[in-house]
Design a protein around this ligand. Structure first.
Ligand SMILES: Nc1nc2c(ncn2[C@@H]2O[C@H](COP(=O)(O)OP(=O)(O)OP(=O)(O)O)[C@@H](O)[C@H]2O)c(=O)[nH]1
Ligand SMILES: [Mg+2]
Length: 472
């Protein structure tokens, strides 16, 4: 996701870091590089200028040339301004005082309206709501069936009727009231804003059901051009927000970064894959962090919570943030994360890994290599990878059928991830070894029990058993 932009930012800040102190001229050079990276990412030029102007202003008033770590400070300023152009606050849904809360989806053909209608319905179910989906795309013969099949996977009812989408929509509203469903989500046919008749039709649907929320479904692959299409929908429909789809694709960033400014409405939700659970509230701060390569631990934790038992998730989240994990845990987490979907979508959310290019076909093989490397280490090496010298590295490489470079790479990635994770926690703590005898150091708790708080784990002062394994 936006990996090209992330690696451009990473190169820019690495170069800036090498300069040490940044004089105003240096800042202008850094800004010129940022401007070029954003233009290359297809970001709307007005947005780029506004962004760079704001960053420059902040940098100059922050008197960076006197700052101890100027690059860190610039990154912080860039991050804040990215958050600003992404909309600042996350979207929050206010429910209608008299249910149902009505949501209308509109957008271009193939942008993801039907799939995201169902994803949104699933999201409402998670909020404790009872949605009803309405199929008002009567243009394409299979559209309602597509909606029914997808909604059927998560047992959400679908209403549709006849051939007139306006009647289908208002019939859906009546049905929601009759059934006591408290959210109504209306899927519509894909249309072009230049098709006046089709635009009038969606206008009539909107009048018939008076939505609380009208979302424009925007394909991130379409870049800034797609974002500007939303502007013309806005004239007919008065949009309330955007659902940004296909963020897992190799979209360059133009749509994501231009949407808020060009449409004048926030991105409310983001769709990051083909699966129904690849969907979340859009958080500008997390997206900014992701673009800058700082990972997206919170989203990962939320996804983890969904995929695992609560107690298990609690332990994983604590360990992620507390930074008290070892290579055993690292391996454990990689295995758990695999359960959440293709690695390409998820690794970008792990701190220190967002710059990694992941090809899903080779990721299995890579994971197998990582596993072999970690399994070829002694318990002490897994606990304290700093002790791995050349001869140990050679032994591990031989044992795992990999190269010493592979071993070094893994240790480097692990150390980076651990450093970043501890910096996200309150205070950096020393790693504690995994419990003796527990496979893979996993702290998975049985169903229904409360996970041990990291702070309450036994303090293993005596590491003798680790050294014993070393010598046997
Ligand atoms: N990779 C990926 N694919 C997505 C995402 N969202 C939707 N898609 C896919 O995009 C394609 C089109 O999605 P639809 O939901 O049918 O789009 P639509 O806007 O309803 O299309 P029309 O009804 O024809 O206008 C489908 O193959 C979806 O699986 C996403 O976030 N990531
Ligand atoms: Mg559709």
């Amino acid at each position: 996701m936006l990996s090209t932009l992330t690696s451009r930012f990473s190169q820019i800040f690495t170069r800036a870091g090498r300069r040490g102190r940044l004089k105003p001229d240096d800042i202008d050079e850094v800004l010129a590089e940022i401007r070029e990276a954003l233009i290359d990412a297809d970001v709307n030029v007005d947005v780029v200028e506004k962004f760079c102007g704001a960053v420059r202003g902040e940098c100059l008033t922050a008197e960076l040339h006197q700052a101890l770590n100027p690059t860190e400070q610039v990154i912080q300023i860039v991050r804040d301004q990215l958050i600003a152009i992404l909309g600042g606050e996350s979207f929050s849904v206010t429910y209608a005082s008299k249910p149902p809360t009505v949501v209308l989806l509109a957008g271009l053909q193939g942008s993801g309206k039907t799939t995201n209608a169902v994803k949104l319905a699933r999201w409402f179910v998670q909020q404790g709501r009872q949605p009803l989906l309405v199929g008002a795309d009567l243009q394409r013969p299979a559209a309602v069936e597509q909606l029914r099949v997808l909604a059927g996977e998560i047992s959400i009812p679908v209403y549709s009727e006849g051939r007139d989408p306006v009647r289908a929509a208002s019939g859906g509203l009546k049905e929601a009231k009759r059934l006591g469903r408290d959210v109504l989500i209306c899927d519509t046919a894909g249309r072009l804003s230049i098709d006046k008749e089709m635009m009038r039709e969606v206008g009539r649907i909107s009048k018939a059901i008076s939505p609380q929320y009208t979302f424009f479904v925007l394909d991130a692959m379409g870049g800034q051009a797609a974002a500007s299409v939303a502007e013309s929908f806005h004239e007919t429909l008065e949009l309330d927000g955007i659902i940004l789809t296909k963020l897992d694709s190799d979209a360059r960033g133009g749509a994501v970064l231009s949407a808020r400014e060009t449409v004048g409405r926030p991105v409310a939700f983001a769709s990051t894959g083909e699966r129904l659970d690849d969907f979340e509230l859009f958080h500008p701060d997390r997206m900014a962090g992701r673009i800058l390569g700082k990972g997206d631990v919170l989203t990962l934790i939320e996804k983890t919570e969904e995929a695992f038992e609560k107690a298990e998730a609690e332990a994983a989240a604590e360990r992620l943030i507390a930074g008290t994990y070892t290579l055993d845990d690292f391996l454990d987490q990689m295995r758990q994360i695999r359960k959440l979907g293709p690695l390409s979508g998820l690794l970008g959310r792990m701190p220190g890994m967002s710059g990694m290019e992941i090809d899903d076909n080779s990721s299995e093989q890579r994971l197998a290599h990582m596993e072999a490397i970690i399994c070829s280490m002694t318990p002490m090496e897994r606990f304290k990878p700093e002790i791995i010298n050349n001869s140990r590295r050679q032994r591990i490489a031989q044992g795992s059928g990999t190269t010493t470079a592979d071993v070094s790479k893994l240790i480097r990635e692990f150390s980076n991830a651990r450093k970043l994770m501890s910096s996200l926690g309150k205070a950096p703590r020393k790693a504690k070894p995994a419990k003796k005898g527990k496979k893979g150091g996993s702290r998975v708790t049985p169903k229904g029990t409360v996970s041990p708080k990291v702070a309450n784990l036994p303090d293993v002062a005596n590491l003798d058993f680790l050294w014993q394994t070393e010598t046997t």
